[in-house]
Design a protein. Structure first.
Length: 92
């Protein structure tokens, strides 16, 4: 699975991580709905760290379609309200 972190690049992440990433994504959706900014930021950082540490960063010269696009860590809570809705970034 190819995941793009906006402003950073693409990572090839094992498909077996989908469920674990989805749990964090769903938690972020709930925290954004509750307007819990501190915990939202912590979970977004956790999601991005997990992608970085378990994924292999692709060369910028590679042109590969991303399966999932994750916003940058500095995404404001207000901006997150437009992205983290419904089932979040990862549907499943």
């Amino acid at each position: 699975m190819i995941i793009r972190i906006m402003g950073e690049g693409q990572y090839e992440v094992p498909g077996g991580m989908f469920d674990e990433l989805n749990v964090i994504d769903n938690r972020i959706v709930d925290l954004v709905a509750e307007e819990n900014e501190a915990d939202y930021r912590a979970e977004l950082s956790k999601l991005i760290d997990m992608i970085r540490s378990n994924g292999k960063q692709l060369d910028d010269a590679s042109i590969v379609e991303s399966n999932i696009i994750v916003p940058p860590e500095d995404l404001s809570l207000q901006e997150a309200k437009e992205i983290f809705t419904g089932s979040g970034l990862l549907e499943g």
